[in-house]
Design a protein around this ligand. Structure first.
Ligand SMILES: NC(=O)c1ccc[n+]([C@@H]2O[C@H](COP(=O)([O-])OP(=O)(O)OC[C@H]3O[C@@H](n4cnc5c(N)ncnc54)[C@H](OP(=O)(O)O)[C@@H]3O)[C@@H](O)[C@H]2O)c1
Length: 221
C-alpha cells in the first residue's frame, strides 16, 4: 500500500482531502503535516499540497533528496515560485493546477471558441469566500492566460469578488451591443477539488519526472 502525505492537512482543503482518503483505507495510508506540526515531515510516496506559496517551497526543499512526486493546488505563486516548481520537476513528477475540478478543465478547453466572435467585449470574473488570500484567483489567471494565448483580447485583468462563503465561481462574459454570452463554472462544494487532487495523485505516482497539469492527466483518462 502506498503512503500519501497531505501538506496543509489542517486547512480547509487539507481536511477535505484527508476525509476523502480515509474513506478508501485499503488504497492509501494517510500521513499529514501542517504549520503547527511538532514532529518532522513524515515519509510518503507522494504528497498532496494545499498550503501557501511559502509552504510549498518548504515542502519542495524538505523532499528534494527523496524526489517524491507532488500534486499541488496551492495558488498565489509568484514567478520565482513557479520557476522553483519547474526546476524541481526535472527530477520528479509534479502536477500543479490552480483548479483541480474537471469542469474547469472543460471550461478552459472551450474558451478558444470565443476567437470566432467579432465585436464582443470579453471579461473574466471570479467569486470566492472572503478568507481567500490571493486575488484574482489562480483559476481566473489561468482562464485569462488561455484567452490571451488564443489571441482573444479582454477588457482588462480578471475582476475578483470576495463574498461570504463562496467555494469558487468563475465566469467569462462575452458581451456585444445585442447579445450576452456567459460561460460559467460553479464549485458546489470543496469535495470537487479534493476528488480531482486524489485522482491526480493516483495518476502522478505512475509518471516520469516532469511538469504536469490536470489536462495532462485527462489525456490519459
Ligand atoms: N487548486 C484547487 O483546486 C484549489 C481549491 C481550493 C483552494 N486552493 C488553494 O489551496 C491553498 C489552500 O487553501 P485552503 O482554503 O485550504 O487554505 P487554508 O484553510 O488556509 O489551509 C492552508 C493550510 O496550510 C497550512 N500552512 C501554511 N503554511 C504552511 C507551512 N509552511 N507548512 C505546513 N503547513 C502550512 C496552514 O496553516 P496556518 O493556518 O497555521 O497558516 C493551513 O492549515 C490556497 O492557495 C488556495 O487558493 C486550490
Amino acid at each position: 500500500m502506498k503512503t500519501v502525505g497531505v501538506f496543509g492537512k489542517d486547512g480547509r482543503m487539507g481536511r477535505e482531502i484527508v476525509n476523502l482518503l480515509e474513506q478508501k483505507p485499503n488504497q492509501w495510508r494517510v500521513v499529514g503535516f501542517d504549520k503547527n506540526s511538532t514532529a518532522l515531515l513524515p515519509t510518503a510516496d507522494i504528497w498532496i499540497d494545499f498550503s501557501t506559496p511559502a509552504g510549498l517551497a518548504a515542502l519542495l526543499a524538505e523532499t528534494e533528496a527523496s524526489k517524491v512526486p507532488i500534486v499541488s493546488g496551492t495558488t498565489g505563486l509568484g514567478l520565482e515560485e513557479m520557476n522553483g516548481l519547474k526546476l524541481a520537476s526535472s527530477a520528479r513528477p509534479i502536477l500543479w493546477s490552480p483548479n483541480m475540478s474537471l469542469g474547469i478543465a472543460w471550461m478552459k478547453s472551450v474558451l478558444p471558441l470565443l476567437a470566432k466572435l467579432q465585436g464582443f467585449d470579453i471579461q473574466v470574473l471570479d467569486f470566492h469566500h472572503k478568507r481567500k488570500l490571493d486575488s484574482p484567483s489562480g483559476t481566473a489567471k489561468l482562464l485569462q492566460d488561455t484567452l490571451t494565448q488564443s489571441g482573444i483580447e479582454t477588457k482588462g485583468d480578471p475582476l475578483a469578488f470576495r463574498l461570504g462563503g463562496i467555494y469558487g465561481v468563475h465566469k467569462v462574459f462575452a458581451v456585444s451591443e445585442s447579445e450576452w454570452i456567459t460561460i460559467e463554472h460553479s464549485a458546489l462544494n470543496r469535495t470537487v477539488f479534493a476528488e480531482g487532487a486524489v485522482l491526480a495523485a493516483n495518476w502522478l505516482i505512475q509518471q516520469s519526472p516532469g511538469m504536469y497539469s490536470i489536462e495532462s492527466m485527462l489525456g490519459d483518462l
